[in-house]
Design a protein around this ligand. Structure first.
Ligand SMILES: Nc1ncnc2c1ncn2[C@@H]1O[C@H](COP(=O)(O)OP(=O)(O)OP(=O)(O)O)[C@@H](O)[C@H]1O
Length: 262
């Protein structure tokens, strides 16, 4: 458990600020009055039993939950001091600042190259040198370039599962977001592919602020600096990963990490 590193100099300790945030799906309240300050250029893990609200909290960080009918929130989430709910914020520009990777890798039925630059194409950008540069930079950052540089125009579906997930990470960072949200990114991968993604997460935090949902506690200890334990929609404990796993302050956290409930 030695991955914890101090945020780099100048990094904002409260880059993402969750402020007395509650969230409802219709009559069902999924999140209760959460306060959190997520530091810049660190990896923050959200852990907790199934249904405790991890994905709901994560998906609110780029307003993905807006797409669900009948939802409402109270409180606020701010990125770099600006509320996600500020009327001047456009959801499309927000998603450029906040990339997302999902549990099941989901490349499009296109070539590796076109997958990476998908968002640039949507934005109407077509300058070949810019597209080429984006493809190489993103694939290098996603630790995939060496494996695919000779077959960029082949279908993404010809890649292994772990490679497809790294391609989805390359796609998510092609627009150079500030934040990368990862919702159980290794859930569908074998141990070796999982290890590669974990190593990648550690290298990506130099460039991005990462928030990851995981059911895998070893994964949280291997690749996060800070861990938040949620239970029944409430934030029970949040601190340095080592402290949460070695010296939890709350009895619910201890019960969860020692496997007394799942
Ligand atoms: N679209 C939805 N409509 C209604 N309720 C929902 C919806 N999505 C999630 N919920 C409910 O909100 C609560 C939190 O769900 P959420 O998916 O955030 O939990 P989670 O901790 O990520 O769970 P898991 O680990 O199983 O993915 C659960 O009770 C869930 O049933």
């Amino acid at each position: 458990m030695s991955v914890f590193s101090k945020p780099p100099e100048g990094a904002r300790p409260d880059f993402i600020r969750v402020d007395n945030f509650s969230f409802h799906y219709g009559e069902k309240q999924a999140i209760f009055n959460i306060d959190m300050a997520i530091p810049e250029n660190q990896v923050t893990a959200l852990i907790g039993p199934s249904g405790c609200g991890k994905s709901t909290l994560l998906r609110n960080m780029n307003r993905m939950n807006d797409l669900v009918e009948g939802v409402r929130h109270e409180g606020d989430i701010r990125i770099g001091g600006v509320s996600l709910y500020d009327p001047s914020i456009e959801v499309i520009s927000l998603r450029k600042r906040v990339g997302m990777v999902f549990q099941k890798y989901n490349p499009f039925a296109k070539s590796i190259y076109e997958n990476v630059i998908f968002s640039l194409r949507v934005a109407g950008r077509s300058k070949r040198s810019e597209l080429d540069e984006t493809v190489e930079r993103s694939l290098r950052s996603a630790a995939l370039w060496d494996e695919v540089k000779d077959r960029l125009h082949d279908s993404a579906f010809g890649l292994s599962g772990g490679q497809q997930q790294r391609l989805c990470i390359a796609r998510a960072i092609a627009n150079q977001p500030e934040i990368l949200l990862m919702d159980e990114p290794c859930a569908a991968l074998d141990p070796l592919a999982t290890l590669k993604i974990e190593q990648l997460i550690l290298s990506l935090k130099k460039q991005f602020t990462i928030v990851i949902v995981t059911h895998n506690m070893e994964q949280a200890t291997r690749c996060s600096d800070r861990t938040a334990f949620l239970y029944m929609g409430r934030l029970i404990e949040f601190g340095e990963t080592m402290q949460i796993f070695e010296n939890p302050k709350q009895k619910e956290t201890e019960a969860y990490i020692t496997g007394r409930f799942s």
